[in-house]
Design a protein around this ligand. Structure first.
Ligand code: NAD
Ligand code: UD1
Length: 340
């Protein structure tokens, strides 16, 4: 039985929703986060929501002394590894930072786990590893693509590393979870996505336009061969994503080896459909203009989530309207994010 887990990156967007879900499921949580892209306020909000708090250690996954100390002080059954950098554009400018945090940091963490005899791991991967997929929807058997940027390559490298690790030693039990596009926020409106600076991703951009923080959205291309010419993605509610991790955690507690699961809804929406759905949920107009395509973007990408349904008994429950309402509640209630 899983009693205590280590969540790296637990103060961040997905990690904070995960920490809340784990605490609500009666699992104790140790969070390790260096707060390079988050604040400890997210953890205080979690306590406000559920009345329980994780143990918080501010530190870096590349610090061996901190890792060894955590594994000595706490009886960790499994690790959920979210810590890392995730901005695609920045990864092109600062590849060393990305390989250091995402690849060297992950390697360091797995070495510390092995030293401590902890072999259960859930890793945050991304649909980005599929590159430009030939067929929709994308199943786990689809060929791995060639990521076009250091961020994508860092995820692919860690996936390969983990496959080698699992094949080398049957004690390892690893879930590789490939996320599609996580959006939304907890229904309380107390935790959500709080990007630093100008957001890169669609939903944070739309929501900052809606509260007047940004002037207008640039829609990156309307000449794709999609139903309205704009890019199509599989947006998944962050709380559904966290539920998927809980199921994966259960699964790896009883089976060893490495398992890959897509976490998506199986439905794709275009950029224009997302704008409309947000306007409908919030009652606020989102001004936009059509801009050139963003380099590196693909036309469409949505998941075949049937493997997770079959093997984990998991499927996303929250539809587009709920994703938009929850995003709006978080953004309108916290216009400055966690900075009150
Ligand atoms: P986030 O930036 O909100 O969270 C990452 C957290 O890790 C932050 O709190 C940051 O402070 C921390 N961190 C970064 N480097 C660290 C280090 N070296 N040591 C300790 N802590 C460190 O990002 P997120 O959206 O919550 O993403 C979580 C994970 O999921 C990442 O690995 C990301 O690549 C992956 N992922 C995210 C998405 C997405 O759209 N959000 C999609 C696919 C995969
Ligand atoms: C991006 C990353 C991908 C990562 C994923 C989830 C890139 C090239 N890819 O994917 O590696 O795994 O986030 O974090 O950044 N859009 C606009 N205007 C905007 C922002 C986005 O029109 O201001 C469009 C995009 O062209 C795309 C859709 O909205 O069609 C979604 O974009 P985004 O949220 O950035 O996610 P992805 O491009 O799918």
């Amino acid at each position: 039985m899983t009693e205590t887990v280590l969540v790296t990156g637990g103060a961040g967007y997905i990690g904070s929703h995960m920490t809340l879900s784990l605490l609500e499921a009666g699992i104790q949580v140790v969070v390790l986060d260096n707060l390079c892209n988050s604040t400890a306020e997210s953890l205080r909000r979690i306590e406000r929501i559920c009345g329980k708090a994780p143990v918080f250690i501010q530190g870096d996954i590349r610090n061996n002394a901190i890792l060894d100390n955590i594994f000595t002080e706490h009886r960790i059954d499994a690790v959920l590894h979210f810590a890392g950098l995730k901005a695609v554009g920045e990864s092109v400018q600062k590849p060393l930072d990305y390989y250091s945090n995402n690849v060297a940091g992950s390697l360091n963490l797995y070495q510390a786990m092995a030293r401590a005899g902890v072999f259960h791991l859930v890793f945050s991967s991304s649909a980005t590893v599929y590159g430009e997929p030939e067929q929709m929807p994308i199943s786990e058997n689809a060929p791995i693509g060639t990521p076009t940027n250091p961020y994508g390559r860092s995820k692919l490298m860690v996936e390969e590393l983990l496959k080698d690790l699992a094949h080398s030693d049957p004690r390892w039990s690893i879930a590789l979870l490939r996320y599609f596009n996580p959006i939304g926020a907890h229904e309380s409106g107390l935790i959500g996505e709080d990007p630093n600076g100008i957001p890169n991703n669609l939903l944070p951009y739309i929501s900052q336009v809606s509260i007047g923080k940004l002037k207008e959205l640039a829609v990156f291309g309307n000449d794709y061969s999609t139903r309205d010419g704009t890019g199509i993605r599989d947006y998944i509610h962050v709380v559904d994503l966290a539920d998927g991790h809980l199921k994966a955690l259960q699964a790896i507690s009883t089976q060893s080896g490495i398992h890959v699961w897509n976490l998506g809804t199986g439905t794709g929406y275009s950029v224009l459909e997302m704008i409309k759905a947000f306007e409908h949920a919030s009652g606020v107009p989102v001004p936009y203009r059509i801009a050139p395509r963003r380099p590196g973007d693909i036309a469409e990408c949505w998941a075949d989530p049937s493997k997770a349904a079959r093997e984990l008994g998991w499927q996303a429950k929250r539809g587009l309207e709920e994703m938009m309402l929850d995003t709006w509640r978080w953004q309108s209630g916290n216009p400055q994010g966690y900075m009150e």
